[in-house]
Design a binder for this molecule. Structure first.
Ligand code: UDP
Ligand code: MG
Length: 322
């Protein structure tokens, strides 16, 4: 039997042909230096460039420590990580990006925190190398999540994180369709911790998260872990109704006593403004409800979260020469 690795490194890969050679050249020496039995699991998330071929070459070079899961199409970063969780065997599991924005040399720091007894270690990017827009949006979303969920993490977007085997098993067993792994894993952690990690600009290529995908991801994060948006909306609805009632009483009283300077004050209950406002709120509320209904719809269809074309790995019986 193959000895259980002490560390699995899970890396989702989508169109990263330019970064992969640099990643291989830095990741493996960094892991060798740790002096652990490790494995690296790459999940090719339906790349349309040469990524799959490069991963196969790397598997042929280092079959003892490399495993590759090949999706048949693009299912997204988080489903790819779930597949990595389902296939990895390590006692501890570290996730990171393929673009070297998370320096592989920092993995030791996460493991040191696990040695200290933590079962979940999140990285915090101190000097973040991203556009000001991404940094600003992250800050706002972090703050919102902090308020409306019970998930406490300083830097939700940082993918350099370490998880215990128990947490990884729990995430893999969750049948959630659209989810945000660092947050889901956090809900299973008994003793989470955070450490500062370095951050770099992309090694090559550009981000796969345009604005639309970022918004989708954050919707998953908020609606996946909190019912507060739904409840806030109902409360707001009650507030609007109460305010409308008060306005009616006010207007009736006004017309009874002072008959005419209502030209100026009329603006306040201008029907067009009111209609715009209320229609806006209605659409917003509908959309919000739709978001939850959509999640339920996804969930009840219970489709597989991804399809695997092939897994490149050594058969488990083969002895390891070290
Ligand atoms: N990724 C993926 N599937 C996708 C999009 C991204 O597996 O549909 C991978 C990508 O290859 C990288 C990681 O997820 O390893 C983070 O993506 P990216 O660097 O584009 O995101 P950013 O750093 O801009 O948040
Ligand atoms: Mg990146």
């Amino acid at each position: 039997m193959l000895e259980q690795p002490q560390l699995s490194v899970v890396i989702p890969v989508f169109n990263e042909e330019a970064s992969l050679p640099v990643l291989f050249a830095r990741l493996y020496p960094a892991l060798d230096a740790l002096g652990l039995r490790y494995e690296v699991i790459f999940i090719n998330d339906g790349s349309r460039d040469r990524s799959a071929a490069l991963l196969r070459e790397q598997w042929e070079r280092r079959p003892d420590t490399t495993r590759v899961v090949l999706f048949n199409a693009n299912y997204g970063q988080h489903p790819a990580i779930v597949a990595g969780f389902e296939h990895c065997r390590g006692e501890r599991v570290v996730t990171m990006d393929a673009d070297l924005q998370n320096p592989p040399e920092e993995i030791g720091k996460l493991l040191a925190a696990m040695d200290a007894g933590h079962d979940y270690v999140g990285g915090v990017r101190r000097a973040r190398e991203d556009s000001w827009f991404r940094r600003l949006a992250s800050k706002a979303m972090n703050r919102l999540r902090e308020r409306i969920t019970r998930i406490r993490m300083t830097d939700q977007g940082c993918m350099l994180r370490a998880y215990s085997r128990e947490i990884v098993a729990a995430v893999a067993a969750s049948r959630e369709v659209s989810t945000f792994i660092p947050a889901l894993a956090y809900t299973f952690a008994s003793n989470p911790a955070e450490v500062d990690v370095a951050h770099a600009g992309r090694a090559a290529g550009k981000s796969h998260y345009p604005l639309y995908k970022l918004i989708r991801l954050n919707f998953d994060l908020i609606t996946g872990f909190s019912l507060v948006p739904l409840q806030l909306f109902s409360m707001f609805g009650m507030f609007v109704s109460a305010a409308a009632l008060a306005t009616y009483i006010g207007v009736i009283g006004y017309r009874l006593y002072f008959v005419d300077w209502h030209d100026a004050a009329a603006v306040f209950w201008d029907r067009d403004i009111l209609a715009f406002f209320l229609v806006g709120m209605l659409l917003f509320g509908l959309g919000l409800i739709g978001e939850y209904v959509g999640r339920i719809y996804h969930q009840v269809r219970a489709r597989p979260r991804y399809m695997i074309r092939a897994v490149l790995e050594r058969p488990a019986e083969e002895p390891v020469e070290r």
